[in-house]
Design a protein around this ligand. Structure first.
Ligand SMILES: CSCCC(=O)C(=O)COP(=O)(O)O
Ligand SMILES: [Mg+2]
Length: 261
């Protein structure tokens, strides 16, 4: 087995979700279709609720910022003119959400609504999050060795907690010391990793970030974070340069912690 030695200065392991702890197929074939298929009904049912109105306001603000983009779908402000107006507005939100999802956008507005929609499905037991089989045993081992384990995903913190709280491995939320999402910044921006280190109370070089996306790995690396790119079935391929530049692992069991020897 290939082994990647974790530098002695690392005290925090920061985990991406999609393509790292969890198969991309679970996100693309289960989580995302659930949103596309149910968003209209969800909006119709929850429209009058404060949380839903906050989600719509955030989506509208995002739509304004996106107005220069090709194919962008605007969300009009409510005119208050009866049922037809409401249905028209709901349809605009549905179209906007579907447009964003067709581009796999990681906006906070989209991720917040998705998280709220998944909540009902997870809590009712209709969905269980999949984790690669090496994840839970490795995370337990790291924690026993004194490592802190954090999650940084484009999925909202609420959605992350749903996944870890309702997984095929049971409720594994207690294995995570904390969560970060795009509210701290985007995963392809190095400043996000500096902010995460500062929020945890460590230096960037105390963190090892595991991700499947090389642009995220580069951003983290630029901030001084140690990175390993995780190669899982179904993940996007890497270029030859990326394969040479980054440390690669195919399973969390390939990480060797000197402190756990
Ligand atoms: C709480 S994870 C849901 C997956 C998701 O919405 C997503 O965008 C995955 O992004 P990641 O940063 O985990 O690759
Ligand atoms: Mg990922």
């Amino acid at each position: 087995m290939v082994v990647l030695s974790v530098p002695a200065e690392v005290t925090v392991i920061l985990l991406d979700i999609e393509g790292t702890t969890t198969p991309i197929a679970f996100v693309k074939d289960i989580l995302f279709p659930y949103v596309k298929e149910n968003v209209k009904e969800y909006l119709q049912t929850h429209w009058g609720e404060e949380e839903c109105q906050e989600d719509v306001s955030l989506l509208r603000k995002q739509a304004e910022e996106d107005s220069h983009l090709d194919g962008a779908v605007p969300i009009p402000a409510a005119s208050g003119n009866g049922a037809d107006d409401l249905q028209w507005m709901i349809q605009a939100v549905v179209d906007n959400v579907c447009w964003q999802m067709s581009l796999d956008r990681k906006t906070t507005a989209l991720k917040q609504l998705q998280g709220h929609m998944w909540r009902a499905a997870f809590k009712a037991g209709h969905m269980k999050a999949e984790f690669f089989e090496d994840v839970v045993p490795a995370v337990r081992k790291w924690r026993e060795a004194g490592m802190k384990v954090y999650v940084y995903s484009s999925g909202s913190v609420e959605a992350q907690k749903l996944l870890f709280g309702h997984s095929t491995e049971g409720d594994i939320l207690e294995l995570v010391d904390g969560h970060f999402d795009t509210k701290i910044g985007h995963k392809v921006e190095s400043e996000s990793y500096r902010k995460i280190a500062s929020s945890i109370g460590c230096s960037t070089n105390n963190i090892l970030f595991l991700t499947d996306v090389s642009r995220e790995a580069s951003a983290a690396e630029e901030a001084g974070v140690h990175v390993a790119v995780v190669v899982r079935p179904g993940n996007a391929g890497l270029t030859d340069d990326e394969k040479t530049h980054f440390s690669l692992i195919t399973s969390f069991s390939e990480l060797y912690l000197p402190s756990s020897a």
